[in-house]
Design a protein around this ligand. Structure first.
Ligand SMILES: Cc1cc2nc3c(=O)[nH]c(=O)nc-3n(C[C@H](O)[C@H](O)[C@H](O)COP(=O)(O)OP(=O)(O)OC[C@H]3O[C@@H](n4cnc5c(N)ncnc54)[C@H](O)[C@@H]3O)c2cc1C
Length: 310
């Protein structure tokens, strides 16, 4: 029984989501291999070989894999899929783009967004915005799985000594082509990797106030900035800051929610944070039910005071 983890990488290094996915793969009980499908990706392959618990890294190098086009990456996975009992992807935009194509071609059911491995064929996953946990058993020969990375600790990025093999890269499928990429550049930590997140809600009232009140707190704490959907929909914060069921799922060491009511769809994205601090002027706000520390206060005075005190 061997599990294959599809690495998330930028050709030169391995992205953190890969490490959590390796932990999930190890919990499946057998050997763990990692596929680095890229172009000039030897460095990423070397980094993957350092991950604790991984026994083999397969580097598939081809110009067709330079831009991570889902059709080509899926073909690359399928080229070696028959060697594996489990194929695991991080539940990121990339992973979710490739996994269903692989599952469909293998004619198996995808097991999505797992948070726990009970046994090699039985997995737990949240449903109804995290209000219930479904236990899913699969009798498929190959389990194609996406892993909710916040459900698993990261494997150590160093300390391993996997062998590195190369595999022939697949030819371009011709089904899609790369046109361009616009990447948000930010000095702040990326939300899904941030150790601390400060999030603002509808209460901020405007984009200007959001920046004026929340940014200094994020700067002081070197935190990522998040937002509720109401704040995003109102244009106070950009779309990629949204935390929740239809935004990002995060589990930082510290999550500070200011002026966020705590609707279940928001909680679905952050309730696994290690320490939750809520600032809300309504003591009945549901966010207090998940908060470790709650402050019933007006955020327009409390947040600047907090910044001053830090
Ligand atoms: C299918 C679906 C998916 C969804 N996905 C998401 C999602 O991914 N993420 C998400 O966040 N939401 C999501 N929502 C929306 C969600 O239901 C809530 O509407 C949203 O989270 C509310 O945002 P909010 O807490 O900022 O606003 P509100 O609910 O309006 O809460 C504002 C809070 O601020 C407090 N407040 C007001 N003024 C102050 C002040 N001066 N100082 C301190 N506190 C103050 C109020 O007491 C209140 O609790 C989804 C909804 C649906 C139906």
């Amino acid at each position: 029984m061997t599990a294959l983890v599809i690495a998330e990488h930028d050709h030169a290094s391995i992205k953190p989501a890969t490490l959590n996915t390796v932990t999930a793969a190890l919990a499946c009980g057998g050997d763990v291999h990692v596929l680095v499908a890229g172009a000039n990706a030897a460095e990423a392959g070397k980094a993957a070989a350092q991950i604790a618990g991984v026994s083999k890294v397969i580097v598939a190098d081809s110009p067709s894999l330079a831009e991570n086009l889902a059709e080509n990456v899926a073909a690359q996975v399928l080229a070696i899929a028959s060697n594996y009992s489990h194929i695991l992807f991080p539940s990121t935009a990339n992973g979710k783009n490739v996994a269903p194509r692989v599952a469909a071609k293998l004619d198996v059911a995808q097991i999505s967004d797992i948070t726990k491995v009970d046994s090699p064929d039985t997995f737990e996953r949240p449903i109804y915005a995290g209000n219930a946990i479904a236990t899913v058993q699969s009798s498929d020969a190959t389990k194609v799985i996406t892993v909710r990375t916040t459900g698993f600790d990261a494997a150590a990025a160093t300390g391993g000594s996997a062998t590195v093999e190369t595999a022939e890269g697949v030819a371009d499928s011709g089904k899609s082509s790369f046109v361009g990429r616009e990447v948000t550049k930010s000095e702040r930590p990326e939300l899904t990797a941030a150790k601390i997140i400060v999030s603002g809600g509808r209460a901020l009232g405007s984009a200007e106030k959001f920046t004026e009140v929340m940014a200094p707190l994020a700067d002081k704490l070197n935190a990522g900035l998040g937002a509720s959907r109401a704040a995003v929909d109102a244009g106070y914060a950009p779309n990629d800051w949204q935390v929740g069921q239809t935004g990002k799922i995060v589990a930082p060491q510290l999550y500070i929610a200011a002026g966020i009511s705590g609707a279940i769809q928001h909680l679905a994205g952050m309730k696994d944070s290690k320490v939750i601090v809520a600032i809300n002027k309504d003591e009945e706000a549901p966010i207090f039910s998940v908060a470790d520390y709650g402050l019933v206060a007006d955020l327009f005075t409390a947040v600047p005071e907090l910044v001053k005190a830090l």
